[in-house]
Design a protein around this ligand. Structure first.
Ligand SMILES: Nc1ncnc2c1ncn2[C@@H]1O[C@H](COP(=O)(O)OP(=O)(O)OP(=O)(O)O)[C@@H](O)[C@H]1O
Ligand SMILES: [Mg+2]
Length: 232
């Protein structure tokens, strides 16, 4: 396992959100984390990246504990997050937003990324705050890739994107997988996630309630109707 989370409890102030949550991501594996609104998906990603460190439990990355490390250190270790809120700097241009993320030696050069997301090239000199939701989304994904991550955490990457761009995102995920980038994919779009993932976890009220392959999840009507709100 490149990432191994065991029994974490995470709080926002007095709000106890994650309850003994455990999950793992194997080397080169795409793992989906599904669950309804407020289940604790984003909080799980915030726990991994050190933005909201867990109060209990362990998080191990490549065999070493990262629990309690500051967020910037965790990012330097090769874990990149595409946050739900995108985190685009409003007063920097799209190009500047990308330049600050660039790291020497990334396997994902900017030019290749712009070929993949041509819409982004057209808006490179536009300030972040003027970009559309979809443009910000693409920018956030490209920015995360420019850091050359070994573990990529994606918080609802398809949200707000036109179907064609969703296809591009899915293609990018597949290509990253071929390059052995490990990924934890949070999605409301269960269909997309199930198409891409090797394994799936379903979270509810801050605990994992299902773990298995996409095939076994599709066959489990109780889980899909109770926790994912989709008819079986
Ligand atoms: N900063 C915060 N302070 C207090 N409570 C919070 C905070 N952020 C999230 N929560 C609460 O924690 C719970 C889990 O939120 P989280 O954002 O992890 O859910 P999610 O599964 O990502 O949902 P969504 O699909 O809507 O993005 C929710 O009940 C939410 O209201
Ligand atoms: Mg969320």
């Amino acid at each position: 396992m490149i990432l191994d989370i065991r029994g974490i409890d995470t709080y926002y102030g007095l709000g106890h959100i994650l309850h003994g949550l455990s999950l793992g991501v194997g080397e080169g594996e795409v793992v989906a984390l599904l669950g309804r609104n407020g289940a604790g998906k984003t909080t799980t990603l915030r726990s991994i990246t050190g933005l909201t460190p867990p109060a209990r439990g362990t998080i191990t990355y490549k065999g070493a504990s990262i629990g309690g490390m500051p967020a910037h250190r965790i990012s330097q270790l090769g874990i990149a997050l595409v946050p739900e809120t995108r985190g685009i700097f409003s007063y920097l241009t799209a190009r500047e937003n990308l330049e600050i993320a660039r790291r020497p030696g990334s396997r994902w050069p900017l030019e290749g990324m712009l070929e993949r997301f041509p819409k982004l090239r057209e808006v490179l000199d536009r300030k972040g705050r003027l970009l559309s939701g979809g443009e910000q989304q693409m920018l956030a994904i490209v920015r995360a890739l420019l850091t050359g991550p070994e573990l990529l955490l994606l918080d609802e990457p398809s949200q707000g994107l036109a179907p064609l761009v969703v296809e591009t995102v899915m293609g990018t995920v597949r290509e990253l997988k071929r390059e052995r980038v490990s990924m934890l994919l949070v999605e409301q779009n269960a269909e997309m996630a199930l198409e891409l993932a090797d394994r799936v976890y379903v979270i509810d009220h801050g605990t994992i309630v299902f773990e298995g392959t996409p095939v076994s999840l599709r066959a489990n009507h109780e889980v899909t109707t109770t926790y994912l709100g989709v008819g079986g």
